[in-house]
Design a protein around this ligand. Structure first.
Ligand code: 13P
Ligand code: SF4
Length: 295
């Protein structure tokens, strides 16, 4: 799609509609998109994903113009946490570092010490000098990290979760397994600990794509947003991919249609703006994450 617009790079998340993924210059998980946003050089970046992904690209590229085709497309988990919640948690745990999942607003990132994604959360937490960590805003990813680090993790808010992944039950996973004997079950760390306990593999969307290439299983049960399935099918065409539940649909990701992407490129709008000083404080937390060695 950007062939006729050499000044534009289109980045798409693994959960957006397949036709938008097909049109993109790069498709990836949250960490890959954040890195790619800093490694491409066009004056315009279009981010096909939810708002925090476009905001992250804008924060990391203050001299470029970032377009978000549908500003209404907002991560429901990110909306559940305010900067005031982070300040209250800091007051309650004054010795703790604050790790903000990228699925947060710029204002929340500005109050964090470092950001993380589902791909690097354990590495980020283990990189810190502090033994105590306030982890926002996903309690399921926090539990996943807590099980893999010696540090004390305070999940804030206590009820923070992704409504899409939270809806998947361990019974649904067991039923999918019974229907597909021999299949491998892959789930995202945003699923509940009960679901993670019955999975064979837990990882970010990019980690699932890599695992799908390697697994000897002919069928894979996918415990994440259904948008990943066409991506997996393109990447590993000889394997069969089955959703763990039909309800794993993120409506905000699906708001990004091909028509809206085309309109954003044609009109060079809507432009993402993150006001100072929030942008520079959030940039510090993001750049600290990106400075860690890649796995
Ligand atoms: P990934 O970073 O694994 O792509 O996940 C992003 C997201 O929004 C998960 O719900
Ligand atoms: Fe947010 Fe969940 Fe949608 Fe990911 S799938 S963007 S965490 S609401």
């Amino acid at each position: 799609m950007t062939r006729n617009h050499p000044d534009v790079t289109l980045l798409a998340h693994n959960y957006v509609r397949p036709e938008v993924q097909d049109a993109a210059d790069f498709v990836g998980d949250s960490l890959e998109l954040a890195r790619l946003a800093t490694r491409t050089a066009t004056p315009y970046l279009v981010v096909a994903g939810v708002d925090f992904m476009a905001e992250t690209a804008a924060i990391l590229n203050p001299d470029r113009t970032v377009l978000h085709p549908e500003p209404c497309s907002s991560c429901a988990m990110a909306l559940r946490l305010t900067p005031g919640d982070v300040l209250a948690a800091r007051a309650a745990h004054p010795d703790a570092a604050v790790v903000a999942y990228v699925n947060t607003s710029a204002a929340v990132k500005a109050e964090a010490d470092i950001c993380c994604t589902s791909a690097n959360a354990v590495r980020v937490v283990n990189s810190l000098d502090e033994d105590e960590v306030i982890f926002v805003p996903d309690r399921n990813l926090a539990a996943y990290v807590a099980a893999r680090t010696a540090k004390t993790i305070h999940a804030v808010p206590a009820i923070g979760c992704c409504p899409v992944h939270q809806a998947l039950t361990a019974d649904e996973v067991r039923a999918a397994r019974a229907a597909h004997p021999g299949a491998e079950v892959m789930v995202h760390p945003e699923t509940t600990p009960a679901v993670q306990a019955v999975a064979d593999f837990i990882g970010s969307t990019a980690a699932m794509i890599r695992r799908a290439r390697e697994t000897p299983a002919a069928t894979v049960i996918v415990g994440t947003e259904v948008g990943l399935i066409p991506r997996l099918e393109r990447d590993s065409p000889q394997k069969r991919f089955v959703p763990a539940s039909p309800y794993l649909v993120c409506p905000d990701m699906k708001m990004i249609t091909l028509e809206l992407v085309e309109a954003a490129i044609a009109t060079r709008s809507p432009v993402v703006t993150v006001p100072e000083p929030v942008a520079s404080r959030a940039r510090t937390a993001l750049e600290r994450m990106l400075a860690l060695p890649e796995a």
